[in-house]
Design a protein around this ligand. Structure first.
Ligand SMILES: Nc1ncnc2c1ncn2[C@@H]1O[C@H](COP(=O)(O)OP(=O)(O)OP(=O)(O)O)[C@@H](O)[C@H]1O
Length: 325
């Protein structure tokens, strides 16, 4: 890795919109811990930004300051151009927040009633609110759950409901804290597809924390890495993967036992099953593509099935730490 990782690296091209999130020298101390340490970040209108870091790096504390839940120790924070502490109501009007571990829905009420109550809280015009809720319900395929009490929803259904609730008032910024944690593959996919569509249709700015590289890959144009409360990286995901040398792994299930798939350009063969039926090839996306690797494999053996293992964010972040020692 080149340069010191705690020096922000190549920022991506900015869209030139006005900042939706802007922090300058933001600090938050708890008794003995500096959770956020002179953090200066900017997110422009229409961007989709992944905010990542190891457990305890300061992500939730930052988000709580952006949304007016926590007061900074020092420094400034502007969300949609406002101070989230003194302009709480205006910020709440313009921002939607989803905390994966916490619900904003009424547990014992049918889901549809939560939407009605939220619309009233946001003082939305009833007909417009009903139309917006109906559209979200349709897009998120939640119609059958509208009369179900929230406590009886599956985790995937509840997360989609949380996202719908956070978007009911058409916020400019949607902040998502671990939106796909614990979801099965299909639920993750549905939620990601919805968020991509929402962004395309309404230009909603996304800021999300996640431990899932798939969320970043499918949703974000830009990644911010926080390490011990400080900004450690600001750039694209390929830029981050290249910076830390993160590899992807192509896992192939072969039709017949096959000799180890050694010597495929740009790959390293990882330990596989002894019969050679399942083999794992690590590759650097900067050097080759999954399609090229697969073409080489197919020339040697019949491929029955394949999966690609993404670099794990914890692993990427561990590599950043290792490089900073
Ligand atoms: N209310 C609190 N009181 C004391 N310390 C806190 C409090 N909230 C957070 N911290 C500490 O601040 C640091 C940053 O915590 P934070 O929750 O922001 O990290 P995080 O990156 O969101 O982690 P995770 O991925 O585990 O949610 C940690 O050392 C944490 O223990």
């Amino acid at each position: 890795m080149t340069g010191t990782p705690t020096t922000p690296t190549t920022p991506t091209t900015r869209r030139g919109g006005s900042p939706v999130v802007e922090t300058r020298d933001l600090v938050r101390d708890f008794k003995r811990t500096r959770a956020v340490d002179h953090l200066s970040i900017t997110v422009d209108a229409g961007e989709a930004v992944g905010y990542i870091g190891a457990n305890g790096a300061g992500k939730s504390t930052t988000i709580k300051m952006l949304t007016g839940i926590l007061k900074p120790t020092s420094g400034t924070v502007r969300t949609c151009g406002r101070d989230p502490l003194t302009d709480r109501v205006e910020v709440a009007r313009r921002v939607g927040v989803v905390f994966g571990q916490r619900s904003q829905l009424w547990w014992d009420l049918p889901l549809g009633e939560s939407f009605t109550i939220l619309a009233a809280i946001h003082r939305l015009e009833p007909a417009a609110a009903r139309a917006r809720a109906a559209r979200l319900v349709e897009q998120l395929e939640m119609g059958p759950q509208l009369s179900t009490p929230v406590r009886s929803l599956s985790l995937g259904q509840r997360m989609r409901a949380e996202v719908a609730a956070a978007l009911l008032h058409r916020p400019e910024l949607l902040v998502l804290d671990e939106p796909t944690i614990g979801l099965d593959v299909l639920s993750k996919q549905r939620l990601r597809e919805f968020l991509v569509a929402e962004r395309r249709e309404r230009g909603t700015t996304l800021l999300l924390t996640t431990h899932d590289m798939g969320d970043i890959e499918r949703l974000c144009d830009r990644v911010l890495v926080v390490d011990h409360g400080r900004l450690a990286f600001d750039g694209t995901l390929p830029g981050l993967a290249a910076t830390v040398g993160a590899r992807r792994v192509l896992v192939v299930d072969l039709a017949a036992p096959t000799a180890p798939l050694q010597g495929i350009p740009g790959t390293a063969l990882l330990a596989g099953e002894p019969d050679g039926l399942r083999q794992r090839l690590a590759f650097d996306p900067a050097e080759t593509t999954a399609a090229e690797v697969l073409a080489h494999v197919s020339a040697r053996a019949e491929v029955r099935d394949l999966t690609i293992e993404e670099p794990d964010i914890e692993d990427v972040v561990r590599r950043i730490y290792a490089a900073s020692r």
